[in-house]
Ligand binder design. Structure first.
Ligand code: EPZ
Length: 418
């Protein structure tokens, strides 16, 4: 197991290229299950979540070859339609594979998904949509048994604009005859990316990015080549890091259109942000001002995946801030660790009241989940003294060797293998 040791206080300067989006790559890897040709994916990132998704494809019988950051995926001779517990439990997006497996094989046996423990993370919307597509579902012994022999097109209204359910149902209906319409869909950029990828393979999907997605079923999907979008949450994390530590950073490949909610929130309050279509420049403005109130919402609202990071920023602001987490019921797990570092934070249910302090002090802190770990890294970078993050197992799920990227910008952060 490895730890991170951070010596806080350095400003961050220089430029960094943003890696591919974890939350685009994961459904796209699941989408490869639908293809009976060869798929070439570019800019493959080094995240444990994407590696675990590749392990699921290999378990199903997929052939995967990696040449640097190019991934060749061949699912033409898939032989299985089950995902066992040990593979499903390590990544939330294992559930995305269900829709693709069902669409292609008309049957599936999938264990319940895992993922960061930021709430109960039910899959009722996924299963309700599959049932409306005619899938017979029996849940027993920790598995979801699906019979899709009588699948048919449908009009489905999602109870909530769930990202994963939107993606799952898009993939479940791609090979189902007729027109399926999904209403009340999530609108994240990663969903648009999945649509673009599926259409490259020969699917007929439209409307992604809006709350209504139309899928006209086709007989089969062929191969193709695709480069997924870059990770807007990583870009947002480094924007906040610069605002906290001071400095001047250029993020190449970052798309400001995907970060409007963050940029409009912190520009002029914590940093000065200059945008071009594929890069973002951040210059800190000294001690961050209080943002007053931040409420997470579905896209294009403020992303829940940047809530822990903006909370860290506000611990050293010049005032108080109310942070409301509307998406997940347990996404403040890193707060006790921030308090160990000298932060002043009070939690009540889904609300955090953060009172800015002069500065944080390094401490030995415990990693709790992916974005909570990122929040602790940012706090350590800005704190006085040394911070040790006890494990990288969470942060490696969605950041590529974060210590190398931050060191490239001047941060004093090292990975230590135990
Ligand atoms: C995706 O998770 C992302 N993960 C999450 O990113 C992100 O936080 C989340 O969307 C919201 O933006 C991936 O894309 C792999 P949801 P997902 O279904 O699909 C409730 C990260 O840090 N819900 O949109 O699991 C659910 O409980 C991760 O990169 C149901 O009630 O999120 C939550 O309250 C963390 N029933 C809300 O919807 C369902 O069937 C949003 O969840 C499904 C979801």
């Amino acid at each position: 197991m490895s730890r991170l040791i951070i010596n806080g206080g350095n400003r961050l300067n220089g430029e960094l290229e943003i890696s591919s989006s974890k939350n685009a790559y994961l459904p796209i890897l699941a989408g490869c299950i639908l293809s009976d040709g060869k798929v070439t994916l570019h800019r493959y990132p080094n995240y444990t979540d994407t590696d675990n998704m590749c392990n699921i494809l290999k378990h199903l019988g997929g052939k995967i070859e990696r040449h640097n950051d190019i991934l060749e995926v061949d699912c033409s001779s898939l032989s299985k339609y089950d995902i066992p517990t040990d593979l499903a439990m390590v990544v939330r997006s294992s559930i995305f594979a269900l829709g693709a497996i069902i669409s292609r094989f008309r049957r599936a046996k999938v264990a319940y998904p895992g993922g960061c423990e930021i709430g109960s993370r039910p899959i009722d919307i996924h299963l309700s949509g599959l049932r409306q597509l005619g899938v017979k579902i029996v849940e027993k012994h920790g598995y979801i048994y699906c019979d899709g022999n009588n699948m048919h097109n449908a009009n489905i209204v999602l109870d909530f604009p769930s990202v994963g359910a939107t993606e799952n149902l898009m993939m479940a209906s791609v090979l189902v005859k007729g027109e399926t319409v999904l209403y009340n869909c999530a609108k994240e950029p990663e969903i648009v990316d999945l649509q673009n990828f599926l259409n490259i393979l020969g699917a007929k999907v439209s409307g992604a990015g809006t709350d209504r997605i139309i899928i006209n079923g086709v007989k089969k999907l062929g191969g193709g080549e695709y480069t997924p979008i870059r990770d807007r949450i990583i870009a947002g994390t480094y924007i906040i890091a610069c605002a906290m530590c001071g400095g001047d950073v250029l993020l190449k490949g970052a798309n400001p259109l995907f970060l409007h909610s963050l940029i409009s929130k912190i520009d002029k309050y914590a940093c000065q942000i200059e945008c071009e279509y594929d890069k973002i420049r951040v210059k800190s403005l000294g001690k961050p001002l209080s943002l007053g109130k931040v409420e997470t919402a579905v896209y294009p609202g403020f992303p829940t995946d940047l809530q822990a990071q903006i909370l860290a920023l506000q611990t050293i602001s010049s005032g108080s801030c109310m942070i409301v987490e509307n998406l997940f019921e347990s996404r403040f797990k890193q707060v006790p660790e921030l308090i160990k570092m000298g932060a002043s934070i009070h939690i009540k249910d889904r609300i955090a009241i953060v009172k800015g302090v002069d500065k944080l002090f390094g401490a030995d802190v415990i990693a709790t989940d992916l974005r909570g770990s990122a929040s602790l890294v940012l706090a350590g970078l800005s704190a006085e003294g040394y911070t040790t993050l006890n494990s990288t197992k969470f942060i490696d799920r969605g950041y590529e060797r974060i210590e190398e990227e931050l060191s490239q910008l001047g941060g004093d952060i090292k990975r230590v293998e135990d």
